[in-house]
Write a protein that binds this ligand. Structure first.
Ligand SMILES: [Co+2]
Length: 470
C-alpha cells in the first residue's frame, strides 16, 4: 500500500493530466490462457551467496550485498524459471520444519504457527546498513556489544513480524503458482485472502490482514481492489500490482510484486525490481530519504521498454513513495521518495520501512480516479461523538474489526454490513475515515511495482519479506 495524495497534489495532478493527455494506443489482445505460465526470466550473473552469521562484518568492496541465509529458501533466489520455482517450493515445503512442526500442504492450509511451533520463524535477508566504506565509526557502532544487546531485547517483536512475513511469502507463492488469465479479480482476491487468513491464524486485531489486496491493473498503479459485483477478469496482457499485507499484533508486512503473463513487459518489471533493490540497498540507519529516492530514480530511469514498436523510458511515478511503518499504522510519518529532490530527513534505528517503487510507461504521476474500495481510519483522530445511528454503528464495526488498519468494501460485506455507503461518506466528511481511491497514470500506459518491508535493526537491516520469488 502507498500513501494518499494530498489535496494539493491531487488538484495539480488532475490539472496536469487534463492539459497534456496524449493518447497512448495499445492493443489489448487476449491470448489463450494456456500460454500464460512460461515467463522468461533473466539470469542475474553477479549473484553471490556469501553466507554470513552474526553482525561482525568484514571489510570489503560492497558490504551491503552480503546476505545471511535464513536456513530455508533464500539461497535459491530469484533467477529460476517459474516452473523450476514450483519444484523448489515443493522441496522447500518438506524441509520447512521448525522444531517438530507440521509440514505445509499444497495449496497451503496450515497456519505458520503450527509449522514453527518453537516460534523460530525464518529470519529475513540480512544486509549491512548503508554506510560509506571509510566510515569506521558507523561500522563500530553497528557491531558494538551495546547494539547487539539492544538487538536481542527485541527478539519477540522480530518473531512477530517474521511470522507475518512467512504467511505473506507462502500466500503469495501459492497465488503465483495458481493464478491464470480468465479468473475474475474477485476470485483471485478471495483465494489470496482466504489463504492468508488461514496462514496468519486470523484472530481479531491480534493477527490478520493488514490492508486490502491491491490488484491494480495496467495504468492503475495502486489502491484498486474489486468491490462486490465487479466483473473484471484478469487478461493475458494485464500487468497487475499484487499488493497485500499481513500482521501479527500490528507488526505489518507490506509487500508487493507485479504479475504479468506476457513476456513483452519483462523490461518494465525488471526496471522496477532493480529500482526497489536499489532503494533497499541505500536504506539504513542515518541514510537520508532524499539519497534513497535519487538512487531509485537513477536506476529506474536507466531502463527502457519497447512495446508495439515504440520505445519508452521507464519513469519513476513521482507522487508515489515508500513509507515508514509503525504498529497498526501503515504510513507513519516518513515517506521514501522514488525520485531525486526529496527531504533530507534520515532513517533511524528500529524503524520499519516499506521500500516500494513504481515504474511507468506513461506520464510518471498518478491521480485519483474510479470507484473507491480502500478506506482507513485516520490514525490521529480520537473519539468523535456521532449523531447518525448508522454512522455510529458502522464506526463501532470498523473499530472492532479493523481498528486503524485499512479495509475495503468487500470486507465490510463479509462481516455482514449492508447499505453502509452513506455512513461511510459521513465518516469521511467528519475526517474519521479517509478514502483511498485508485491511483492512476494515463489510460493505456503500464505501471509496475515491487515492494519489501525492512527493519533497521541496531546491528543490521533485515529485509523481512524477502523470498526466493523476489
Ligand atoms: Co506500501
Amino acid at each position: 500500500m502507498t500513501a494518499k495524495l494530498t489535496e494539493e497534489e491531487q488538484k495539480k495532478e488532475v490539472e496536469e493530466a487534463c492539459e497534456g493527455l496524449k493518447s497512448v494506443d495499445i492493443n489489448a489482445s487476449v491470448e489463450p490462457p494456456e500460454t500464460g505460465d512460461d515467463n522468461k526470466v533473466e539470469k542475474k550473473k553477479k549473484k553471490r551467496n556469501r553466507k554470513k552469521k552474526g553482525g561482525d562484518e568484514g571489510v570489503g568492496g560492497d558490504d551491503e550485498t552480503k546476505e545471511e541465509n535464513n536456513g530455508t529458501e533464500n539461497n535459491v533466489k530469484d533467477d529460476l524459471p517459474k516452473d523450476a520455482q514450483e519444484g523448489v517450493s515443493k522441496k522447500k515445503n518438506k524441509k520447512k520444519k521448525g522444531g517438530g512442526g507440521k509440514v505445509q500442504t499444497d495449496p497451503p492450509t496450515i497456519p505458520i504457527s503450527e509449522l514453527f511451533p518453537n516460534g523460530n520463524f525464518p529470519e529475513g535477508q540480512i544486509m549491512d546498513h548503508h554506510i560509506a566504506l571509510n566510515d569506521q565509526k558507523a561500522k563500530e557502532r553497528f557491531t558494538s556489544e551495546e547494539a547487539r544487546a539492544l538487538d536481542r531485547l527485541q527478539l519477540d517483536m522480530y518473531k512477530e513480524v517474521r511470522q507475518a512475513a512467512e504467511a505473506h511469502r507462502q500466500t503469495r507463492q501459492h497465488i503465483q503458482r495458481w493464478v491464470k488469465p480468465g479468473m475474475t479479480m474477485i476470485d483471485i482476491c478471495q483465494e489470496l485472502e482466504s489463504t492468508a487468513r488461514r496462514l496468519i491464524g486470523e484472530s481479531g486485531l491480534d493477527a490478520g490482514l493488514a490492508f486490502p489486496t491491491g490488484c491494480s491493473r495496467n495504468y492503475v498503479a495502486a489502491h484498486y481492489t474489486p468491490n462486490a459485483g465487479d466483473k473484471t477478469v484478469l487478461e493475458y496482457d494485464d500487468v497487475v500490482k499484487m499488493d497485500f499485507g499481513t500482521h501479527i499484533k500490528g507488526r505489518i508486512i507490506d509487500c508487493a510484486w507485479t504479475l504479468s503473463f506476457n513476456e513483452k513487459y519483462d523490461p518494465l518489471l525488471k526496471a522496477v525490481r532493480a529500482a526497489t533493490e536499489e532503494g533497499i540497498k541505500h536504506a539504513g540507519i542515518d541514510s537520508r530519504l532524499c539519497d534513497v529516492g535519487a538512487a531509485i530514480q537513477e536506476v529506474m530511469e536507466s531502463h527502457e521498454i519497447e512495446l508495439e514498436g515504440k520505445t519508452y523510458q521507464v519513469k519513476s511515478i513521482r507522487n508515489l513513495n515508500g513509507h515508514s511503518i509503525s504498529p497498526y499504522q501503515i504510513h507513519s510519518g516518513k515517506t521514501v521518495p522514488i525520485i531525486a529532490g526529496g527531504e533530507t530527513t534520515r532513517m533511524e534505528e528500529n524503524e520499519f520501512y516499506a521500500i516500494e517503487t513504481f515504474g511507468s510507461t506513461g506520464r510518471g504521476h498518478v491521480y485519483e480516479d474510479m470507484e473507491c474500495s480502500h478506506y482507513m481510519k485516520n490514525f490521529d483522530v480520537g473519539h468523535v461523538p456521532l449523531r447518525l445511528q448508522k454512522s455510529k454503528q458502522l464506526l463501532n464495526t470498523i473499530n472492532k474489526h479493523f481498528g486503524t488498519l485499512a479495509f475495503c468494501r468487500r470486507w465490510l460485506d463479509r462481516i455482514g454490513e449492508a447499505r453502509y455507503l452513506m455512513a461511510l461518506k459521513d465518516l469521511g466528511e467528519k475526517g474519521i475515515v479517509d478514502q483511498y481511491p485508485p491511483l492512476c497514470d494515463v489510460k493505456g500506459c503500464y505501471t509496475a511495482q515491487y515492494e519489501h518491508t525492512l527493519l533497521l535493526r541496531p546491528t543490521c537491516k533485515e529485509i523481512i519479506s524477502r523470498g526466493d520469488d523476489y
